[in-house]
Design a binder for this molecule. Structure first.
Ligand code: PMP
Ligand code: GLN
Length: 386
């Protein structure tokens, strides 16, 4: 095979995702896994039953249509209207994907040329860096800094060059829990319009907000025609294993993203698409209860982490809490997370892996609170031994 590395240069150094590494560590050590974000309680029974019914009745057991089944595309469009007042044509402006992950990959692969620059909020979700690299483009981080993790809009303006093609936004933001405020969104939108940039906005945590309100970027003036909005059933309905995600955008953007998407998976999750169509039509009460349950869990973990000596930053959205481990006499989040299972039987995620400017994230560690109350309580008891 010669001396040439097998893994190409675009993916060099990307190794195993931190989520896989840390979940494997949790299993191997029997630790409580507050690392990878997946709930330990499945979503609504009636949604699960809808999937079973579809399987039994032979709906979706063969290749569904490329853009997604019409029932789901209609339900996605209705959901955008009901919660955000956004109107999308289910036939030309909606695309079903294999989770938000495939939507992100397809959008970046479809819209970028090698050499293009992408400005993304840092820390960034791990697949952003990998997909920007696979597209041959370059990422330019706009760093969200502790303790407030707000974007510096002057810094954003300064990052824009003639090579900038795209802004990659994530709100509510994983891992910091920042929910972009109307003024921040307006400034981002104004820059996108001024410089004629495309925007991809990852809004998978759109329903997981506490106190703050989530505003979709596509609703701002001048944004609808330049914005690819991405969401997913994983977070909203607690079925992360189903991998049903979607894109809403103009017909031209959907068509571009679909071109890449059809060569990634072509289609996926046939019977689950029928179930997610029903899930998106659940009454408002479902979405309210999801939020109030998570808010209670957030506060439980926030208090526990603070009592254990962490500096915990209150998230306005997502199901993650970012902490600073400096008050515990620790400096390096990666070392800390690797030793935590052995020290006290808990797994967390080091935020440093989501940064290019690793200094800004070195001492930050993320914990998820999408777990049963008793699991969170036990985790906190263990962390207090530190
Ligand atoms: N974007 C963000 C910000 C995420 O946290 C995640 C993890 N769920 C994803 C995308 C991927 O979503 P999915 O599981 O639907 O592919
Ligand atoms: N989005 C999840 C998280 O941030 C992880 C998903 C994954 O493992 N790819 O924890």
């Amino acid at each position: 095979m010669g001396t040439r590395p097998l893994l190409n240069r675009r993916l060099a150094g990307m190794g195993t995702t931190i989520f896989a590494e840390m979940s494997a560590l949790a299993t191997a050590t029997g630790s409580i896994n507050l690392g990878q974000g997946f709930p330990d309680t499945d979503g609504p029974e009636e949604v699960r039953e809808a999937a079973v019914r579809a399987l039994r009745e032979g709906r979706g057991n063969q290749y569904p249509p490329g853009p997604g089944i019409p029932e789901l595309r209609h339900a996605i469009a209705e959901h955008q209207q009901r919660f955000h007042g956004l109107t999308y044509d289910p036939d030309t402006e909606v695309l079903v994907t294999a989770g938000a992950t495939e939507a992100i990959a397809a959008a970046l692969l479809a819209l970028l040329e090698p050499g293009d620059e992408v400005i993304a909020l840092e820390p960034f979700y791990d697949s952003y860096a990998a997909c920007i690299a696979m597209a041959g483009a370059t990422r330019r981080p706009l760093t969200l800094r502790a303790p407030h993790f707000r974007p510096d809009l002057d810094e954003l303006r300064a990052l824009i060059t003639p090579r900038t093609r795209l802004l990659l936004i994530n709100t509510p933001h994983n891992p910091t829990g920042t929910v972009l405020a109307p003024g921040e969104l307006a400034a981002i939108a104004a820059l996108a319009v001024e410089h004629d940039l495309l925007v991809i906005t990852d809004e998978v945590y759109e329903h997981l907000v506490f106190g703050a309100t989530h505003h979709p970027l596509a609703a701002l003036p001048g944004m609808r025609e330049r914005t690819v909005t991405i969401s997913s059933a994983g977070k909203t309905f607690s079925f992360t294993g189903w991998k049903v995600g979607w894109v809403t955008a103009s017909p031209a953007l959907v068509s571009a993203v679909r071109t890449a998407k059809q060569y990634l998976t072509y289609v996926s999750a046939g019977p689950f698409q029928y179930a997610v169509a029903e899930a998106l039509r659940l009454p408002d009460d479902y979405f309210r209860t999801l939020r109030t349950d998570l808010l209670r869990k957030r506060d439980l973990l926030l208090d526990g982490l603070t009592a254990a000596g962490f500096r915990a930053f209150t998230p306005e959205g997502t199901y993650f809490i970012t902490t600073d481990i400096t008050p515990l006499g620790e400096k390096d989040g990666i070392d800390f997370c690797r030793s935590l299972p052995e020290r006290c039987g808990v797994v967390a995620i080091p935020n440093a892996v989501f940064y290019d400017n690793t200094d800004a994230g070195r001492s930050l560690v993320r914990f998820t609170f999408c777990k049963k109350d008793e699991v969170l309580t036990e985790a906190v008891t263990r962390l207090q031994r530190l």
